[in-house]
Write a new protein. Structure first.
Length: 191
């Protein structure tokens, strides 16, 4: 139910002309609860989880290891709609990481190989990254690029979904889905 609804709203946003509604806001927090939000790309929406990928050295990956609670917000401007998903994450297995790595185009793999070990660290200029990319390009010319130790995926396991439709002339509509005993309870909330 809520997963289908989310897919339908994303697909509608795409059909209306949005280039990539799958870039969403992800909020993570430290163990002490200090929050930090950022954009990530939804890689896949499965029957009961939502997948995204990152690098182990990023702040988000470190925060999610110490505090798996997270929240996603999708803003769909062409429909004036919002979806909020609250839940927890679990890391993907190394086997799954490998599978998604293999599906990535060669030049994306190269980019990841260059910046994954350095994610979030200070650099002097983009030139550093470009030189490294050229070196790797030579090294892996016509050869498969092995997965970096830093590439990692997470599955987001929702506990709540909020579907918000902004009413212009009328009231806004808010529908909440809460998970309870493996089923989804649907409720309308006052906006
Ligand atoms: C359109 C867009 C898509 C992005 N997608 C991702 C992504 O899928 N994974 C990721 O780790 N960072 C992605 N980023 C970069 C993050 O927003 C963020 O700046 C970076 O990962 C550092 O976040 P952190 O310090 O909270 O870990 C994207 C940025 C933009 C603008």
């Amino acid at each position: 139910m809520p997963f289908d609804q989310m897919q339908q709203w994303l697909q509608k946003e795409k059909d209306l002309g949005s280039p990539n509604p799958y870039n969403i806001v992800l909020a993570t927090a430290t163990r002490e609860g200090i929050p930090h939000s950022k954009i990530v790309a939804i890689k896949e929406i499965r029957a009961d989880t939502i997948l995204f990928f990152t690098q182990r050295e990023t702040r988000k990956a470190k925060e999610l290891q110490e505090n798996p609670c997270a929240s996603m917000t999708l803003w769909l401007p062409l429909q004036q709609r919002e979806v909020i998903v609250d839940g927890k994450v679990e890391p993907l297995s190394q086997e799954e990481n490998e599978r998604y790595w293999q599906d990535m185009p060669h030049d994306r793999q190269l980019m990841f190989s260059v910046y994954s070990p350095l994610s979030g660290k200070a650099i002097d200029s983009i030139r550093e990254l470009e030189d490294e990319r050229l070196a790797l390009e030579k090294k892996y010319k016509d050869k498969p690029i092995p997965i970096t130790d830093f590439y990692c995926g997470f599955k987001f396991i929702p506990a709540y979904f909020y579907f918000y439709t902004l009413g212009n002339a009328s009231f806004s509509e808010v529908i909440r889905y809460a998970q309870s005993h493996k089923t989804w309870e649907k409720q309308m909330l006052s906006p």
